[in-house]
Design a protein around this ligand. Structure first.
Ligand code: 2P0
Length: 323
């Protein structure tokens, strides 16, 4: 009745932003991501018939009530499908280079789905696990697999799951995260995307954008064209963030440093250094480039940002069981 798993986080190159079904977390669009080696979560699950409720300890701290409700609901689903009746003690550790930064619900729910089902005696493949992880957090769907991963939006629980496009990414694609603000974000992804779906007049256009970008991105991956991958990812991210600016109430995850970092990447490109950026539901900027260009890019970034704000992340693996 015990298992431990490790899952890595992922950064979307074609973003997921909006749910058709909030309960099952069925998105409006497909999405495509790169799993990273630097950021991961390890989670141990122990079912224990003596417990009166589930217990969750994350990074040494018991979780708050809001997270407890979300997590115990997830565990309840695992009990339903596995037939296990006991509550569980769940112990989770986020491994990130600096505090809070890129700790992510993606790696958290992927690791929990794997550990909780294995401890319950289930032997599921990664596709099945990705469908389960999806119920915890959309981006977790993709974190069961390594490298470049596609999440098929599907129409129901059976058809909304992730699939690897290329698990071993060996053509030089790399990212560096510029950590600008590691505080917890003010607008959660969940409420941000909900507001956008309801009020952003550009939402129908976004659905078309993603359909187009998924095809173009997969072509660029097949061609191992890092420049094209960066171009598509950057424009896709900006179009996602434009939805937020156009929502009512309007909002943005950018701060002044975000704009400074984006301007620097544009400067580098103008100097002939090939690099692009993407941003998620927060101000931190992730730079996309070919690893051969890393020294030049880091040299330029180090003039503007502290060394400890810059985290190089390579493509990472899929789910692993530990112990
Ligand atoms: C993504 N993001 O594709 C997009 C791009 C952030 C921006 O998925 O509500 O934590 O748990 O499904 O997955 C972050 O949102 O949201 C996210 P829920 P999630 O990676």
């Amino acid at each position: 009745m015990y298992a431990k798993a490790k899952a890595h986080t992922n950064i979307a190159l074609v973003k997921y932003w909006g749910k058709k079904d909030a309960e099952l977390i069925i998105p409006y669009t497909d999405s495509l991501s790169l799993t990273l080696d630097e950021f991961y979560t390890t989670t141990a699950v122990q079912y224990d018939s003596q417990l009166q409720h589930d217990e969750f300890v994350i990074d040494g701290q018991p979780v708050n009530e809001k997270n407890f409700i979300k997590l115990t609901k997830f565990m309840q689903y695992i009990r339903e499908i596995s037939g296990v009746t006991a509550f569980a003690k769940v112990t989770s550790t986020n491994h990130v280079p600096i505090s809070a930064g890129l700790a992510s619900s993606a790696s958290a729910f992927a690791a929990l789905a794997a550990a909780a089902t294995k401890a319950a005696g289930m032997n599921l493949n990664r596709t099945e696990l990705s469908r389960i992880a999806r119920r915890g957090s959309g981006s977790a769907t993709r974190s069961l697999f390594g490298g470049l991963v596609e999440w098929h939006h599907g129409t129901d629980d059976a058809t909304s799951f992730a699939e690897p496009i290329q698990e071993r990414v060996d053509f030089g694609l790399e990212m560096t995260a510029i950590m600008l603000d590691t505080n917890i974000k003010k607008i959660s992804s969940r409420s941000g995307m909900q507001n956008v779906v309801k009020t952003s007049p550009y939402y129908p256009a976004w659905i078309d954008v993603v359909q187009h970008d998924m095809v173009a991105m997969k072509q660029a991956i097949r061609a191992q064209d890092v420049t094209r991958i960066g171009q598509i990812a950057e424009l896709n991210a900006m179009r996602m963030h434009a939805l937020n600016l156009a929502a009512d109430p309007s909002f943005t995850y950018f701060n002044a440093d975000t704009l400074r970092a984006m301007a620097l990447i544009h400067d580098l490109r103008n100097q002939g250094i090939n690099c692009y950026y993407t941003l998620d539901a927060g101000p931190n900027v992730k730079v996309i480039y070919h690893k051969n260009d890393r020294p030049k890019i880091l040299k330029a970034l180090q003039i503007e940002f502290r060394e400890d704000q810059l985290v190089v992340a390579k493509p990472g693996p899929g789910i692993q069981y530990l112990d």
